[in-house]
Design a protein around this ligand. Sequence first.
Ligand code: AKG
Ligand code: FE2
Length: 397
Amino acid sequence: MINYRLLHQEALVMSGRPRISQRSSFSSFPIFYYFTKDCLTNMSWKISEFPIYRKPIILHCSYNVIKQIDTLQRREEEINITSINKEMENFPLINMAKLNGEERGATMEKIKDACENWGFFELVNHGISHELLDTVERVTKSHYKKSMEERFKEMVAEKALEGVTTEVNNMDWETTFFLRHLPTSNISEIPDLDDEYKKLMKDFAGKLEKLAEELLDLLCENLGLEKGYLKKAFNGSKGPNFGTKVSNYPPCPTPDLIKGLRAHTDAGGIILLFQDDKVSGLQLLKDGDWIDVPPMRHSIVINLGDQIEVITNGRYKSVMHRVIAQTDGTRMSIASFYNPGNDAVIYPAEILREKEGEVYPKFVFDDYMKLYAGFKFQAKEPRFEAMKAAEAGDVKC
Ligand SMILES: O=C(O)CCC(=O)C(=O)O
Ligand SMILES: [Fe+2]
């Protein structure tokens, strides 16, 4: 068995500092370490035999993957490094510019595959200008430094989180604030935001709202639902809920003991994430493995929430994800949630029910959110079951 701990240490020694992969779609991903084939396949190598000079580079690992290997080794489990890397390389990347040309069909297929098999995809050429994204990033990071960083350190000291030695399961290593845009904006009530930031985030939210609605229609097209079906399903009496959670994950001395954000699926509809392009940390669960969502400059990461799973009768599934804080580097993430309105009634679409029967419940979105508030970090299935029971009149939610 490979001694992964040695592998980890040796990787750090051999790389000196992180090297950048030259691979096409991940050219901006900053933290790849390279391993030689021998190192991964030769079961008996020792640190003194590290085959740095023997074979060409054939594989790379992100820092997070190395950390996973480390953690898993502690649990004395084996891990197939090659397959995890392959998954990360295969992470669905959608070039929206191609939707206007002859590759539209193939791009729609790629979106369909991402929705069916990943619950996540990453968008480039999404129509939101790089200048706007750069400004949002710069102003958000400066706001964090000015108004959030010190407060976070005080909280860590107060709760004695710095030197924990056992796993912390009831909190996350993140500092956040929430902006509501729809049905009514709360931006003017948020303390510590200057006028420039408020205006910027309103502008950004407007663009994200349009992108969310465009994406919902692409999903409709792939599902055989009429254009506007999902938007209408989310409408309720006051239109959709749309809000932005601005988060920073400061460096954490014990990321294996306290998560940046514990594993969960998102409750709502479609989520648009603008994440730090240098500091990674977001991971999704695929076929039992945690896969890194690769940071990529100027991209928007999309994922699907529980309501899309219900409306599509399970054709598309919400997927568990989590954030691992880094030991160095603060990660910024700006997640915008396009959700149903509070009184929207959610149920599987008729045409998607025909084959499989009525697998998912019918409920008022706000009732689901009340349940979710207490069970966010647990599996979604019992939530669906509880809503089903409530629908059948067995239990009051
Ligand atoms: O920070 C991130 O990348 C993800 C945040 C997230 O999953 C959430 O807030 O629901
Ligand atoms: Fe989430």
